[in-house]
Write a protein that binds this ligand. Structure first.
Ligand code: 6PG
Length: 233
């Protein structure tokens, strides 16, 4: 399913209402956040318009992927979330389960896998997040599973170490089995540079299954798109 919005702000407001309703249905939501630039706008709208209406202390925050950097590094997804959301709403520190990007990457992936195993309920013997937030890169990657490492999607592990194809940046990423085991998956995709891949994935064009984003269970996924990203649909 997909919904198209005239602006990122409208998309963010829709997501805020969705999250508010989810927190009313289930007070201790386990959510895996996406990173990159799109969530910044979403988090700013959530902080501005949903600070009081959502009980942020009840949400348990995880990440779908994280760069192996210090939490204070501008590249950090946790750092971005803290700047644009956590610094503006009342959360509970014990409900924030960040990837320890400051550790040696092998240690970070082991520690985060243990954190998820210990704190996220299992269904089908796999951790099940209530909400999985995903973005999509203009190369069709999602979380930090990139096309050149698409085999990581099918890993039997909860998390894998991945590498950005251009920068070589090492990242910790959830794998396909955890992503597709989520109760609900929400794609937040904005910008004209995503339109081609959105079209290819939605219309099963060309070699669309080379894109990790195309391997996400479409029956569970709701794509929230701005009109630029949806211009070819
Ligand atoms: C990350 C993300 C990544 C992101 C896409 C889209 O750590 O970068 O998790 O998967 O969602 O790259 O990023 P934008 O929304 O910034 O285009």
């Amino acid at each position: 399913m997909h919904k198209i919005f005239d602006s990122k702000q409208e998309l963010a407001t829709y997501f805020g209402e969705y999250l508010l309703n989810k927190t009313k249905e289930k007070p201790d939501l386990n959510i895996a956040l996406s990173g990159g630039s799109t969530p910044k706008v979403i988090f700013e709208v959530l902080a501005r318009d949903f600070e009081k209406s959502i009980d942020w202390t009840k949400i348990r925050f995880f990440w779908g992927d994280e760069r192996c950097v210090l939490p204070t590094n501008p590249e950090s997804n946790f750092g971005m979330t803290r700047e644009h959301l956590f610094d503006h709403v009342k959360t509970r520190a014990i409900n924030i389960f960040r990837v320890k990007g400051e550790l040696d990457p092998q240690e970070a992936v082991k520690a985060y896998s243990a954190t998820i195993n210990d704190n996220v309920p299992h269904v089908n013997h796999i951790p099940q997040f209530d909400i999985m937030l995903l973005g999509m890169g203009d190369d069709g990657h999602t979380a930090s599973i990139f096309p050149h490492q698409i085999k990581l999607w099918d890993s039997n592990n909860i998390c894998e170490l991945a590498q950005h194809p251009e920068t070589g940046q090492v990242r910790v990423s959830l794998t396909g089995k955890v992503i597709n085991n989520s109760k609900e998956i929400i794609f937040l995709v904005t910008g004209a540079n995503k339109a081609e891949k959105v079209d290819e994935i939605f219309n099963k064009k060309n070699n669309y299954q080379q894109y990790p984003a195309a391997l996400v269970n479409m029956n569970k996924a709701t794509w929230l798109l701005d009109k630029e990203a949806a211009e070819s649909l």
